[in-house]
Write a protein that binds this ligand. Structure first.
Ligand code: ADP
Ligand code: MG
Length: 264
């Protein structure tokens, strides 16, 4: 807790920390990282785990809306107390910017914001911390690797081959950062039509392609953790601030998300 010397202490890096940290990454934007983050977080919380969510997508923050966070962070001594939503502790730069103003920062500021999320927020004794990353291998991904060397990456892709190629690069960052890769999630894999038939609007095979390519790249098994169908209610849940795994735990999308949470 707090600061020692010049570098702020990140409690998740202390040897006694029992918190598992997962960073939700992707090559492209719009593949469902934030949706997966909030639904996986809610699924883990449903299992009785103590869960924190840090919105590391500083420019494109969307977590407060997707979790329906209402309160604002408060300050107690030198710590930031994060607001809670659905029993989870949540922090996002969106809670510190008035209205819907844009964050226009260069790399060092992004790094500092992230450092504060990790060192100055009172997370308590979490079982799991999920970080919602921006797409790609830019400043934030590098900062997360530096600030949280033990964070495990979950790579989200769509079934589309073009998306898969970009996702592989996002995952292969671990060959340089030496982080662990927890696995690959394929989102938007298929959609059920009203007549019960299935279509694949984004093609097929992307998740498997990425998992196999990353397994080759890092020389260790990278599992395809699961495939999530397209379900308009998943988007609606994001807009309404209630993750689908909470509002309809028995639908197919929720069951596939829970199955992924069980493997983490
Ligand atoms: P990212 O964080 O990777 O940019 P988002 O989670 O914001 O992606 O998802 C992009 C858009 O797609 C959002 O409008 C979201 O509600 C929607 N979406 C994501 N996954 C699904 C899904 N499985 N079914 C339906 N809509 C989805
Ligand atoms: Mg996002």
């Amino acid at each position: 807790r707090g600061k020692a010397g010049a570098e702020p202490v990140i409690p998740f890096n202390l040897p006694e920390s029992r918190t598992r940290v997962f960073a939700i990454a992707s090559g492209k934007g719009g593949v469902g990282k934030s949706s997966m983050t909030v639904n996986l977080a809610a699924a883990l919380a449903q299992k009785g785990l103590s869960v924190g969510v840090a919105d590391a997508d500083i420019y494109g923050h969307s977590i407060p809306r997707m979790l329906g966070v209402e309160g604002a962070p408060t300050q107690v001594e030198d710590m930031i107390m994060p607001p809670q939503a659905h029993g989870m502790k949540v922090i996002s730069i969106g809670m510190f910017t008035p209205g819907n103003t844009a964050v226009v920062w260069r790399g060092p500021m992004l790094h500092r914001a992230l450092q504060q999320f990790l060192a100055d927020v009172y997370w308590g004794d979490l079982d799991v911390l999920l970080l919602d990353l921006p797409p790609g291998t830019g400043d934030i991904a590098i900062s997360v690797a530096q600030l949280l060397p033990t964070a495990e990456l979950v790579v989200v892709t769509t079934p589309q081959q073009a998306a898969a190629e970009v996702a592989e690069r996002a995952g292969a960052i671990v060959t340089q950062t030496h982080q662990k890769l927890a696995g690959v999630v394929e989102n938007m894999s298929w959609m059920e039509l009203p007549d019960g038939s299935h279509i694949e609007p984004f093609g097929s095979g992307g998740g498997k392609t990425v998992a196999e390519a990353l397994t080759r790249d890092i020389g260790a098994e990278v599992p395809l953790l699961g495939q999530i169908p397209l379900d308009p209610r998943l988007r609606e849940g994001g807009d309404a601030g209630v993750p689908l795994v909470l509002s309809d735990p028995d639908c197919e999308a929720s069951r596939s998300i829970r199955a992924i949470a069980d493997q983490l």
